[in-house]
Design a protein around this ligand. Structure first.
Ligand SMILES: C[S@@+](CC[C@H](N)C(=O)[O-])C[C@H]1O[C@@H](n2cnc3c(N)ncnc32)[C@H](O)[C@@H]1O
Length: 280
């Protein structure tokens, strides 16, 4: 049975450290992680109700800086041939209005930071009302500048897109997943996931949401984690998710005979991840 011990919950192969990943990462040994598969909160979207949460920065520029700081620490923890698989979402700069305006028009029933901000266009990057902010690429370029080698941009095509009420642009149905390497000679098992024809995997993945989203408003599909983990690690390796949420990365990693370390601010999500990992 899972037990909450101070700031750590764990099962045999899954360790969930509860706290701010920027701090918790410094407590891990260097160069023990083979691959990091993660999706940080998107800027200005959901409110995870915690003073240390990422995504609630007053400007998207500070959000990019926060992520650079976190992933610099992740890089220290990666083995020299390690990789980072990063899913980041975009958003719109909007002026005035209510919660129905950007960064993303519809966010379901979760609390919206955008309502609190009252949708003011951030005074940065020359953004204008209704501008798509291009956050995934801004984060990617910032990480590149900080020392990461950007190796691929994978487009996640969503089988079931979030409905949007917009009539003046196409509905968003894709997100980016970036593959970064710590060094030019990194581990990537191209045989682990192939096209149906047997050809090398393409950089667009058509994936549906999991039927059970693990009790988390922003869980990514298990198949997304599965592909990244298979391509980026071997059995017995350690996989990290510093924004663990409901534990998709950890649960899938364990299922694939990898160890996993998750970091998560919210103890409820952390406990959910452990409970869930014990029952799959
Ligand atoms: C997009 S969700 C991740 C969902 C996860 N991939 C899954 O499938 O369940 C981002 C998570 O990061 C957590 N979070 C936000 N700021 C954090 C921080 N500074 N340190 C650790 N976790 C944080 C939030 O509580 C949220 O659960």
């Amino acid at each position: 049975m899972a037990q909450l011990k101070l700031n750590l919950v764990q099962s045999a192969r899954l360790k969930v450290l509860i706290g701010d990943c920027a701090e918790v990462l410094t407590t891990l040994e260097n160069e023990i992680i083979q691959c990091c598969v993660t999706s940080p909160p998107y800027w200005g979207l959901r409110d995870y109700d915690h003073p240390d949460q990422i995504g609630a920065e007053p400007s998207p520029e500070l959000y990019v800086k926060s992520l650079v700081t976190v992933f610099r620490k992740v890089r220290e923890k990666l083995r020299s041939d390690g990789t980072l698989w990063l899913n980041v979402g975009d958003g719109y700069a909007r002026n005035g209005g209510t919660g129905k305006c950007g960064p993303n028009a519809m966010v379901g029933n979760t609390k919206k930071l955008i309502q609190k901000r009252n949708c003011k266009v951030p005074d940065v990057w020359g953004l204008k009302d209704r501008d798509l902010m291009g956050l995934p690429w801004r984060v990617a370029f910032a990480l590149q500048e900080d020392g990461w080698i950007l190796r691929s941009k994978i487009t996640w095509i969503k089988k079931t897109a979030m409905p949007e009420s917009v009539k003046n642009r196409p509905t968003n149905a894709t997100e980016e997943i970036f593959l970064f390497a710590k060094s030019p000679s990194y581990y990537y098992n191209s045989k682990a996931v192939r096209q149906e024809t047997g050809a090398n995997l393409r950089n667009y993945w058509i994936l549906g949401a999991d039927p059970n989203s693990h009790g988390h408003p922003a869980a990514f599909p298990g198949e997304l984690a599965r592909r990244c983990i298979l391509l980026g690690s071997r059995e017995g390796d350690v996989v990290l998710d510093p924004f663990g949420g409901s534990g998709t990365t950890g649960i899938v990693a364990n299922d694939l005979n990898r160890h996993a370390i998750l970091i998560e601010l919210n103890p409820e999500y952390a406990n959910y991840a452990i409970e869930h990992s014990l029952h799959v």
